[in-house]
Design a protein around this ligand. Structure first.
Ligand code: PAN
Ligand code: ZN
Length: 177
């Protein structure tokens, strides 16, 4: 059975933009520490590209409700500085997450409060788990957009404080794993 749509892709990004009830994006300048150092102010769209878009659905806002997100993480023009998501801890220390790769290839990176880093490969239709208490981000290591689905409690909360903007993993080492 072929589960791909007419475009040959599992995910139709234009359709996500039309239908997803909650949408956000991050540009390079917001993530600058890991993407080529400092960026001058007043960057225009070409100099300050969209690094990723996030599309979210939720069943409600109680602890038993679920949040589902699809992130489209674009491929960096510089393979030495691959694009990654910002990364966060969950405010709920018991709140883990399921991550499922849909398109493209990359790496889920886990970071403990003690500074331990665990890289996990992300490939199409493979899944990985974010254990409760670990910060997490995803890095695109391929030439095409990395699209992945995340699911967790709707009230898990995102905490970006104390999460380093710098790369957590040596990217050349990471590509060999
Ligand atoms: C994901 C992330 C998404 C964007 O849905 O929120 O990939 O990453 P940042 O939140 O770090 O910008 C998730 O982990 N939800 O909990
Ligand atoms: Zn999360």
């Amino acid at each position: 059975m072929d589960i791909r749509g007419p475009s040959g892709h599992l995910v139709d990004i234009d359709q996500l933009r039309t239908t997803a009830p909650s949408q956000s994006l991050r540009r390079l300048s917001e993530l600058s520490a890991g993407h080529g150092g400092s960026h001058p102010g007043n960057l225009d769209g070409a100099d300050d590209p969209v690094v990723y878009e996030v599309f979210e659905w939720t069943t409600g806002s109680t602890p038993t409700d679920l949040l589902c997100a699809v992130t489209v993480l674009y491929s960096s023009p510089d393979p030495e500085q691959p694009f990654h998501t910002r990364g966060h801890f969950h405010r709920d220390p018991d709140g883990g997450e399921l991550v499922v790769g849909l398109e493209g290839t990359g790496r889920l990176e886990l970071l403990s409060r003690q500074g331990e880093v665990r890289p996990v490969a992300i490939d199409p239709l493979t899944w990985a788990q974010v254990p409760p208490g670990w910060a997490h981000r995803v890095t695109n290591l391929g030439p095409v957009p990395l699209v992945f689905l995340s699911s967790c409690s709707a009230v898990v909360g995102h905490d970006y404080e104390g999460v380093p903007k710098e790369p957590w993993v040596d990217d050349l080492l990471g590509r060999e794993t």
